[in-house]
Design a protein around this ligand. Structure first.
Ligand code: B1M
Length: 212
């Protein structure tokens, strides 16, 4: 098995130490950062994303894989900087105001990072005003909103309105998700996309990135 395959496998198995050591070996062998990133680390996460979508693996598997991916990225970072690899897009992500649930949001974050996006994570209980300020400051391609409560999902609509009121709506795509959120709700509040799960959120983000 090649080093890149070993990296991909170790990410899928959530073995952080192995991932770091295979990344380090690949660097020593002279493999480029983009090869290690795309055909090793991100390949592993994207394969795991498919398994997650098909219910072949579960939340804890994705979380340990995400940790292995993060450790591998840390090891690769100096080489990435020296090769000047750019992310394929920028996402501002957060759980809406009044809502403290962040497990789903964190999975979305990992899938996005695993698919080559830079993610600015605003955390939980994030107001519409904070989203607007983050969009002004970071100029993302996508704003991704998570809501887990029927009482907080309406905040996603408030954020769409606040972006419009601040003249920012045309500059970003708005993606919504979370257990009570539906495609019909997404249409009702004028968001651009609804993602039922973390893997789908990364697929949609990639489509937005290609068409920007
Ligand atoms: Co809460 N909670 N909770 N909770 N909690 C739910 C959501 C609930 C359905 C439980 C129930 O009653 N059966 C219920 C909501 C009912 C409703 O509104 N209809 C509920 C409630 C009522 C509450 C409190 C009000 C309880 C109380 O205090 N009385 C309270 C509210 C606190 C607040 O937020 N203000 C509360 C608190 C908590 C804990 C703090 C204890 C904890 C959260 C810990 C944390 O997140 N750090 C918690 C938990 C763990 C849950 C359950 C059990 C699990 C949620 C979870 O993490 N699921 C949940 C019941 C359930 O869902 N079975 C429940 C796993 C996660 C991977 O799934 O987040 O759905 P999920 O994410 C999915 C998709 O939705 C999607 O991708 C993920 C999968 O790939 N997705 C996105 C999510 N965000 C996305 C964004 C996207 C795209 C996709 O892009 C933009």
């Amino acid at each position: 098995m090649s080093n890149l395959q070993l990296i991909s496998e170790s990410v899928q198995k959530g073995r952080a130490k192995e991932t770091v050591s295979y990344v380090s070996e690949a660097i020593k062998e002279g493999t480029s950062a983009s090869d290690i990133l795309n055909n090793g680390l991100l390949d592993g996460m994207s394969k795991l994303g498919i398994k997650f979508k098909n219910n072949e693996v579960y939340v804890p598997d994705v979380l340990v894989a995400a940790r292995a991916l993060t450790k591998g990225l840390e090891e690769l970072k100096p080489l990435m900087i020296s090769e000047d690899i750019k992310p394929i897009g920028k996402v501002v992500l957060g759980t809406v105001k009044g809502d403290l649930h962040d497990i789903g949001k964190n999975l979305v974050k990992m899938m996005l990072i695993g698919n080559g996006f830079e993610v600015i994570d605003l955390g939980v209980d994030v107001s519409a005003e904070s989203f607007v300020n983050a969009v002004k400051k970071n100029e993302p391609d996508i704003v991704a909103l998570s809501a887990l409560l029927t009482t907080t999902m309406s905040q996603q609509g408030e954020i769409v309105k606040a972006l419009t009121a601040n003249g920012l709506r045309e500059k970003v795509k708005v993606m919504v998700g979370g257990a009570p959120v539906t495609q019909a709700f997404c249409d009702e509040i004028g968001a651009d996309a609804y993602a039922a799960d973390a893997a789908t959120s990364a697929e949609i983000a990639k489509i937005f990135a290609i068409h920007k």
